[in-house]
Design a protein around this ligand. Structure first.
Ligand SMILES: Nc1ncnc2c1ncn2[C@@H]1O[C@H](COP(=O)(O)OP(=O)(O)OP(=O)(O)O)[C@@H](O)[C@H]1O
Ligand SMILES: [Mg+2]
Length: 364
């Protein structure tokens, strides 16, 4: 992708009044803070700008995701509900971090392999031939190979189209890894000790994309996390599921003495539907950890994921892109530490009729 100066001002914006001006961009070029804008070879128009792979230097200068001062940040995306944008949000965080010049590694933990696909893994496949495709898939090695002692973590890391973005691909053998973990001592800590620790020496951000089913890999992800992001669909079928999920999270947090930050983000809000709006309001009123914003249902979100891009990269400056940037800024821990102190949100209790999670029924 190629971005003109005008598009860059929008890519790193969080509201309609862009923080970066084209004059700011030109000043940075003069001061040699990043490469000079150049012409796009694939476009006849004489527009000056930068290609995706050069954006990290601009992001570092003008972006809203500042590096953390005390070691890498581990973000997990998990909730026990499918199709609520866990993978889409994980992809957006990972790509935008990389575009901010932060060395980022995605570790997919879902046997469906969605984030691996969303990162463009399959698009590297050069032929349409089924046999070649199967051979290529079988050559992909991931966390199970690390678990089995056949591969070191650093050998499992693959590159992407962005210079600061890397990933460990998901493979169907994650099922075997999950089962294998059940029979190990300290099974909840395998990911943290074997995978995250070595990655922490190389990366500033680690993004874990989880499956919707709670299994041993999820417990491992929670143990390793600084921040848990749980999307809450603004649809009626998510309601009961959410209350159960919240009880499970409280339980696992207590049992394993975990202290990750948790944010709920309402997703798939359809503003034209009253029920969807009412559910959004309910989350805002009743869920203290819920962010005061939502990811709406829109085709640009779908298209960006299909193109292996973050929404702000795909459609900079659109309401969909601004909404995504606002979400990313809101969950970015270093911003929370440096931003002006916010009044503590009032803690609201769920109704008495809420179903209680039974102790000890989350997978151990
Ligand atoms: N803003 C959006 N509006 C509507 N659809 C979107 C939006 N963003 C992404 N999508 C699409 O929604 C679909 C489901 O999203 P996604 O795969 O991220 O859900 P998930 O919670 O990870 O699902 P699973 O539990 O199966 O892993 C994807 O096809 C994605 O492209
Ligand atoms: Mg997913």
């Amino acid at each position: 992708m190629f971005y003109s100066r005008a598009q860059i001002t929008k890519l790193f914006s969080v509201d309609e009044h862009s923080l970066v001006s084209t004059q700011d961009l030109m000043d940075g070029e003069k001061q040699k803070l990043y490469p000079k804008a150049r012409r796009n070879d694939q476009d006849d128009r004489r527009v000056l700008g930068w290609a995706s792979e050069d954006l990290h230097a601009l992001g570092r200068q003008f972006g809203f995701l500042r590096p953390a001062s005390d070691g890498p940040l581990v973000y997990s995306f998990f909730v026990t509900k499918g199709g609520v944008l866990k993978t889409a949000l994980a992809l957006n965080l990972a790509r935008m971090c990389a575009l901010h010049g932060l060395r980022t590694c995605v570790v997919g933990l879902d046997m469906q392999c969605d984030i691996t696909t969303a990162l463009g893994h399959l698009s590297e496949l050069e032929s349409d031939d089924l046999e070649a495709a199967v051979r290529w898939m079988e050559q992909t090695r991931g966390l199970y190979d690390v678990f089995a002692g056949r591969l070191e973590v650093k050998q499992a890391i693959l590159e992407t189209d962005l210079p600061n973005l890397f990933y460990i691909p998901e493979t169907p053998e994650l099922v075997a890894l999950e089962q294998g973990l059940l029979h190990r001592p300290r099974r909840e800590y395998w990911l943290q000790e074997t995978v995250i620790k070595p990655l922490a020496q190389q990366f500033e951000v680690i993004v874990l994309d989880c499956s919707p089913n709670w299994n041993q890999l999820i417990t491992n992800a929670l143990v390793a996390s600084d921040v848990l992001i749980s999307p809450l669909e603004c649809k009626i079928n998510n309601f009961r599921n959410f209350k159960m999920f919240r009880n499970f999270i409280t339980q696992v947090r207590q049992d394993l003495r975990l202290n990750f930050r948790q944010f709920y983000i309402p997703t798939r809000l359809t503003t034209s539907r009253r029920l969807s709006r009412d559910i959004f309001e309910w989350y805002q009123t009743n869920v203290a950890e819920c962010l005061p914003l939502a990811i709406k249902d829109h085709t640009q979100g779908e298209e960006a994921t299909a193109m292996h891009l973050a929404v702000p990269e795909y459609a900079p400056g659109t309401p969909a892109a601004l909404e995504m940037n606002q979400f990313l800024r809101a969950i970015w821990l270093p911003n929370l530490l440096t931003d002006a102190p916010q009044p503590k949100p009032e803690i609201r209790h769920l109704a008495e009729s809420e179903p209680r999670g039974e102790p000890g029924i989350w997978p151990s």
